[in-house]
Design a protein around this ligand. Structure first.
Ligand code: ADP
Ligand code: MG
Ligand code: MG
Length: 243
């Protein structure tokens, strides 16, 4: 459903951050992209949302090649929503409700439809009652939920989240993973980048491992985490499996 094929990308025509990455994500999956700092996770995610255009290689959605004109990108981003690592990169509006309304307003929906979607999305992420709050006054975990609501209000098929658990306290991590698992159960395909391995076996049906801009492994969490050689190359620890 979402596929990248042999993507290469260099910053400033100089440092090659992606050296030919191919991966396919099927409808309904919840996958984790693992890699240490600097592996290229964020660069890859910016391609998954069409924000960066690869130097070489292609992105496909439902078998159709992504084009980079405004109209194609709008259509694509309706299906594939991205949640950035730092919510402050995503949240601009003066109030929570205006922020969540931004995407649906861009789709040209009626005010009533937008309002309904905003309320539904805020309710879904447990942020009802914060409509008039300045995002700036929220905690990190609450901002993350607002960013997720902004994507949900677009009624996405796929949500890609760049290090969504980074910076959250353990309870915040547990709650967020629970929400993402529920959204996946409700039919949204989910792609998470992370360097925190502990909860991965609990939520991911498939794991990709990125090292130095190259995918070095792909498999079920069971496959990947029983391979110390892979974990060592990727500089990852062996997860503590929680049930
Ligand atoms: P990750 O998200 O896995 O930490 P990134 O995709 O952010 O990795 O970075 C991959 C590589 O690209 C790193 O070596 C990083 O320093 C480099 N890089 C990232 N963003 C930029 C940028 N805007 N300009 C130059 N180099 C960058
Ligand atoms: Mg990153
Ligand atoms: Mg927003």
């Amino acid at each position: 459903m979402l596929e990248v094929r042999d993507i290469k990308y260099s910053y400033n025509n100089d440092y090659q951050a992606l050296k030919g990455v191919s991966l396919k994500i099927e409808k309904g999956e919840m996958v984790a992209l693992l890699g240490k700092n600097g592996a290229g996770k964020s660069t890859l995610f910016l391609h998954l949302n069409g924000i960066y255009e690869p130097d070489e290689g292609k992105v496909f959605i439902d078998g159709e090649e992504l084009k980079y004109d405004k109209k194609s990108l709008l259509k694509f981003r309706q299906k594939v929503g991205i949640v950035f690592q730092n919510p402050d990169d995503q949240i601009f509006a003066p109030t929570v409700e205006e922020d969540v309304a931004f995407g649906p307003l861009n789709l040209g929906l009626s005010m009533e439809e937008v309002q309904d979607r905003v309320e539904e999305a805020l309710d879904r992420v447990g942020m009802s009652g914060f409509e008039k709050t300045a995002p700036h006054h929220l905690s990190g975990g609450q901002k993350k939920r607002v960013a997720i609501a902004g994507i949900l209000a677009m009624k996405p098929e796929i949500m890609v989240l760049d290090e969504p658990t980074a910076g959250l306290d353990p309870q915040g991590v547990t709650n967020l993973v629970k929400l993402l698992k529920e959204l996946n159960d409700e039919g949204i395909t989910i792609v998470i980048s992370t360097h925190e391995v502990d909860l991965v076996p609990d939520y991911a049906n498939r794991v990709f491992v990125l090292v130095g801009g190259e995918l070095i492994a792909e498999g079920t969490p069971k496959d990947i985490f029983s391979r110390p050689d892979i974990l060592e190359s990727a500089n990852l620890k062996i997860p503590i499996v929680t049930e």
